[in-house]
Design a protein around this ligand. Structure first.
Ligand SMILES: Nc1ncnc2c1ncn2[C@@H]1O[C@H](COP(=O)(O)OP(=O)(O)OP(=O)(O)O)[C@@H](O)[C@H]1O
Length: 262
C-alpha cells in the first residue's frame, strides 16, 4: 500500500465554544486524489486549514510528510510549507500583482533563484495550469473566474509541491469549465505523481477525479472509501448524497422520469 503522507489523529478544532471537529482521524496516501465531502458547515475547509497549519488544533496530531506539525520548529514548518501547495476557494490572488507576479511570490523564498529564472518558472507553471502565455501579464481582475482558478492553481504548483490542497476548485464554474478543470487535476496528478486533497461539493468532480472519498459528518471523518464503497454506507447524509438523483446522473445512470400523465 502507498505511503501515508498525511496522518491526522484525534483532531479537535474549535472556535470559542463551537467545536467543529472532535476525535477526527484521517489518512491520505501518496499519489491519491482524496475527495473530502460533507454537508455545509461540517468543517471541510477548517480541516484543510488545520492540516496546512493555518488553524491551530485544540487537540490531536497532524503528521505530514514525516513531520509532526505540533512539535516542529519554525524552520521545519517552513521546509514543509515548500513541499505543499494550497489553492483557496476564491483563488486568493493578490489583486495588485499580475498573474506572473502572483505565481512568482512563493518562488521568492528560494534565494538562489535569480529574477529571470523565477519568471521562467512562473511562466511554466502558468502554462501547466492551462493558461495562455499572455495571461501572465494580466491582473486577476482582468481574468474570468475560471482563469483566476487556474492562476490560483499555478501559484499552488509554483514550488513543485508533493501535495496540493484544493478548496472547491470547480465552485462557480460552468459545467464545461468545471469538466476541463477536473481533467486538468487528474492529468496533473497522474503526470506529476501529486497527492491531492480536494474539498468539493461537486459530484461530477468526485466521479471524474477522485480515487477515494472521505465523508465529514458528526464532527469527524465518518467513512473513507471508494465511490463504490459509498453506495454501501448506511447513513442518512451519505445515502442522500451518493444515491440521490444528482449522484445517479454523475454516475451516468438513467433517471426515471415520471409518466406524462402522472
Ligand atoms: N475563523 C473562524 N471563526 C469562527 N468560526 C469559523 C471560522 N472558520 C470557520 N468557522 C466555522 O466552522 C464551521 C465549519 O466551517 P467550514 O468553512 O470548514 O465548513 P465547510 O464544511 O467547508 O462548509 P461549506 O461546504 O459551506 O464551504 C462553520 O460553522 C464555520 O462558521
Amino acid at each position: 500500500m502507498a505511503e501515508t503522507v498525511i496522518e491526522v489523529r484525534g483532531l479537535r478544532t474549535q472556535f470559542g465554544p463551537h467545536v467543529v471537529h472532535d476525535g477526527l482521524d484521517l489518512d491520505v496516501r501518496r499519489g491519491e486524489i482524496l475527495g473530502v465531502v460533507g454537508g455545509s458547515g461540517t468543517g471541510k475547509s477548517v480541516l484543510l486549514r488545520a492540516i496546512t497549519g493555518l488553524v491551530t488544533p485544540a487537540a490531536g496530531r497532524v503528521r505530514m510528510l514525516g513531520t509532526d506539525m505540533q512539535d516542529a520548529r519554525e524552520a521545519e514548518l517552513d521546509a514543509l510549507a515548500a513541499r505543499i501547495g494550497v489553492m483557496f476557494q476564491d483563488g486568493a490572488l493578490f489583486s495588485s500583482l499580475t498573474v506572473r507576479e502572483n505565481v512568482e511570490t512563493p518562488l521568492t523564498t528560494l534565494s538562489h533563484l535569480d529574477a529571470e529564472t523565477r519568471e521562467s518558472l512562473a511562466r511554466l507553471k502558468i502554462s501547466l495550469a492551462g493558461l495562455p502565455w499572455s495571461a501572465g501579464d494580466k491582473y486577476p481582475s482582468e481574468l474570468s473566474g475560471g482563469m483566476r482558478k487556474r492562476a490560483g492553481l499555478a501559484r499552488a504548483l509554483a514550488l513543485d509541491p508533493e501535495i496540493v490542497f484544493l478548496d472547491e476548485p470547480t465552485a462557480g464554474l460552468d459545467p464545461i469549465g468545471a469538466a476541463d478543470f477536473d481533467e486538468l487535476i487528474r492529468g496533473l496528478s497522474t503526470a506529476l505523481g501529486l497527492t491531492v486533497f480536494l474539498v468539493t461539493h461537486d459530484l461530477d468532480t468526485l466521479y471524474a477525479t477522485c480515487d477515494r472519498i472521505a465523508v465529514l459528518a458528526e464532527k469527524r471523518v465518518l467513512v473513507t472509501g471508494t465511490l463504490d464503497d459509498m453506495l454501501e454506507v448506511d447513513h442518512p447524509w451519505v445515502r442522500a448524497y451518493f444515491q440521490g438523483p444528482r449522484a445517479r446522473a454523475a454516475r451516468g445512470e438513467e433517471i426515471a422520469t415520471p409518466p406524462a400523465d402522472a
